[in-house]
Design a protein around this ligand. Structure first.
Ligand SMILES: *Cc1c(COP(=O)(O)O)cnc(C)c1O
Length: 383
């Protein structure tokens, strides 16, 4: 049944059934910590809400369906999901990760797990040689993100999965930026897909949550054990909100993509702009890979200014009206950010410049407002 549904049908129906006790179409918010047992151990499948909760289960089945995986697990945040994945490893193990990484992922790897003697290597994943050179008997996991933040680089998921298979590594893809509407890494050979549901999946900037999807029975069993043992689970109210958000994921994502494409083209022609980083532009260095593995090119982009003036960039992000200056991304409303002074302020300047995060770089999370208003907003603040 599940396999036959097209994506837009899955967002609404995958893993969903009317509530058994009342017939309610929507899975209710099961705001309960515990469940009655007829006799010890005899119950309806739920015994304690850390271990399992029906609202959370409905969301977990739905996300698994969307990502073409067998198992879905939800966590209190994207970082809690990352935390659970790294706990699959043992002291002495090594991870090879992309160097173009979400800042919070970099922080948990280097500031938390490094203490437990798990070693992380950060490399440019556009060259497979860079990866092969680092692989040893200690290497256990390959970690990537695509598109990356804020430079919108695209990593070839199929090529990486071949490297992972050859060396028996667990291959993890953070699919937060693309969502399963645009790309499903498991179909390209990934072992684990990780999400910050806080972003496009929830989609309304009203909840913080994370998820993991996988297909392998053994990995799934270990992850369930970690989820229940460590306990970083989301509550039923938040699970309900994300489930509700996902019902319009396909409609929202397509509008994000359509708006972003028009804005990228507008910016690309603007005389004050140096470079637009958007995988949908044919001039983007990874445009061909993006075309192969993604359905469309997403709602995120960055651009730099001619002359690279920090002050000009700050003036622009402070003057926009519909593009609200804020962290985060993926909500229905448009946001803008200035990586050099916001998300990437803690990175030493040489390293920041090396990865392309120049002083004037501005990142946009293009929302689903009317694109004419969004372009007018950017045009006015650029002038
Ligand atoms: C936001 C984000 C995370 C972390 O998720 P939280 O829900 O904020 O904990 C991880 N990866 C990417 C790519 C993100 O954008």
């Amino acid at each position: 049944m599940l396999k036959k549904m097209k994506f837009a049908t899955k967002t609404i129906h995958a893993g969903q059934k009317p509530d058994k006790s009342t017939g309610a179409i929507m899975t209710p918010i099961y705001q309960t910590s515990t469940y009655i047992q007829e006799s010890p151990g005899k119950h309806n499948g739920y015994e304690y809400s850390r271990t399992g909760n029906p609202t959370r289960s409905a969301l977990e089945r739905n996300i698994a369906g969307l990502e073409s995986g067998k198992y879905g697990l939800c966590f209190g945040s994207g970082l809690a999901a990352i935390d659970a994945i790294i706990k699959l490893l043992n002291p002495g193990d090594e991870v090879i990760s992309t160097n173009d990484l979400y800042g919070g992922s970099y922080r948990i790897f280097t500031k938390i797990f490094a203490k437990y003697n798990i070693k992380f290597h950060f490399v440019d994943m556009s060259g497979l040689n860079n990866i092969s050179k680092l692989i040893s008997s200690k290497t256990k996991m390959l970690w990537t993100e695509t598109p990356t933040n804020p430079m919108l680089n695209i990593v070839d998921i199929s090529a990486l999965s071949k490297v992972a298979k050859k060396h028996d590594l667990i291959f993890v893809v953070d699919n937060t930026f693309a969502t399963p509407y645009l790309q499903r890494p498991i179909e390209h050979g990934a072992d684990i897909v990780m999400h910050s549901l806080t972003k496009y999946m929830g989609g309304h900037s009203d909840v913080v949550m994370g998820a993991i999807v996988c297909n392998d029975d053994d990995i799934a069993e270990k992850l369930y054990f970690i989820q229940n043992s460590c306990g970083a689970v989301p509550g039923p109210m938040d699970s309900f909100l994300v489930l509700r958000g996902i019902k319009t994921l396909h409609v929202r994502m397509q509008r994000h993509c359509d708006n972003a494409k028009e804005i990228a083209e507008f910016l690309n022609k603007h005389p004050k702009i140096q470079t637009v980083y958007y995988p949908g532009l044919t001039t983007h260095k990874n445009h061909e890979i993006a075309k192969l593995q993604m359905k469309d090119f997403g709602g995120m982009m960055s651009f730099s200014l001619k002359g690279d003036s920090l002050d000009d960039a700050i003036k622009i992000v402070s003057n926009t009206h519909f593009f609200t200056l804020a962290e985060s991304l993926g909500g229905v409303e448009s946001l803008c950010g200035h990586p050099a002074t916001m998300t990437h302020a803690a990175i030493p300047i040489e390293e920041r410049l090396k990865s392309g995060v120049t002083d004037s770089l501005i990142r946009l999370s293009v929302g689903i407002e009317d694109v004419d208003d969004l372009i007018y907003d950017l045009k006015s603040s650029l002038d």
